[in-house]
Design a binder for this molecule. Structure first.
Ligand SMILES: [Mg+2]
Length: 327
């Protein structure tokens, strides 16, 4: 690596690409760095999915705003979301915690209680980990392993021109809650819930994988536009998004009335943990057994550009970029 180059000029995804180039290939590795999970060959019928996440106090969370039980739950959900994004089933979680001295035993117990409850909610189990002292902030590292029938994992690279683009649930609630907290305002309970206790869309991912309904998929963690761009880059295509089609909650739509610029939070806010996917299906609004709404928000195009159009077809430019840890 070029040691004199600053991280902010390389960017989060530049750094990942550099590491990816050096990591190399192995026969058992079906898919390495660069998607929501790594895929390893497990046996003749199943593949093993693995993903890992770091949550650092002051970067990912603020203990003044989120309770420890909720933090335990969120640590699981955001990690399991990557298994959902491949269409897999979460099986085992591994938790490593670095604790600053001022954290009490009761606080740690609440963190673990939340972690275990959320893990159980997905039918998975805490299978190992590590604890140590931190001389700085509270740090939580979570690794998840899951399985998927051989060849059924939905990657980022399969989107084709003409595919429709769908997203589950609503966009922007989590980012709006965070923005209100940062401004010293108390968000609506429904917005706070979306920010503090997101849910991984496991059943939907499995549904789409089993029926081979999605040509490419990921979970929205960095913001709709940034994450869609990952699909477009991996697939070598472009997309057109219809601004008027973005699914918004009642609470979000209410805030939007007096502050129209908030629409950028739905486009680029992040931490939605909804599934974003491309599909050749024309109408996926009703999917049997899945209660979560799916909304068609645009389509995949051959030209490698990402365009957002207003209802009158004029081009909308989002003022926010997606989340890059080093930008
Ligand atoms: Mg992801």
């Amino acid at each position: 690596m070029r040691t004199n180059e600053k991280l902010h000029s390389l960017g989060e995804f530049g750094l990942i690409r550099q590491i990816q180039q050096q990591a190399g290939d192995a026969e058992h590795l079906v898919l390495g760095i660069g998607d929501d999970c790594a895929i390893q060959q497990q046996d003749s019928s199943q593949e093993l999915l693995t993903s890992t996440d770091l949550l650092i106090e002051g970067v990912h969370f603020n203990r003044q705003w989120i309770g420890m039980e909720e933090l335990g739950r969120k640590s699981v959900a955001v990690n399991v979301s990557d298994v959902a994004a491949m269409g897999g089933t979460p099986k085992s979680l591994f938790l490593a915690v670095a604790c600053p001295a001022e954290i009490s035993v009761a606080e740690l117990e609440a963190l673990i209680a939340g972690f275990l409850a959320e893990t159980a909610a997905y039918g998975a189990i805490l299978a190992g980990g590590d604890t140590c002292r931190s001389s700085g902030p509270l740090m939580i590292s979570v690794t998840v392993q899951g399985t998927v029938p051989k060849g059924k994992a939905i990657r980022r690279s399969g989107a084709r021109p003409g595919d429709n683009i769908y997203v589950s649930g609503c966009l922007g609630d989590s980012a709006l809650a965070l923005e209100m907290l940062q401004q010293g305002r108390l968000p609506d309970e429904s917005l706070l819930k979306r920010h503090h206790t997101p849910k991984a869309r496991v059943a939907l991912g499995q549904f789409l994988s089993a029926r081979q309904l999605a040509s490419a998929m990921l979970d929205v963690s960095d913001g709709l536009l940034a994450d869609l761009q990952h699909i477009l880059d991996a697939s070598g295509v472009g997309a057109e998004i219809e601004l008027a089609c973005l699914p918004l909650s009642e609470a979000f739509a209410g805030e939007l009335k007096s502050a129209p610029q908030l629409i950028d939070l739905a486009l680029a806010g992040g931490e939605d943990y909804e599934l974003l996917f491309a599909s050749s299906e024309q109408n996926l609004a009703s999917t049997e057994g899945i209660e979560l709404p799916l909304t068609r928000i645009g389509r995949i195009c051959p030209e490698r550009e990402l365009t957002i159009r207003r209802a009158d077809r004029s081009i909308y430019r989002c003022a926010r970029g997606g989340y890059d840890h080093f930008a």
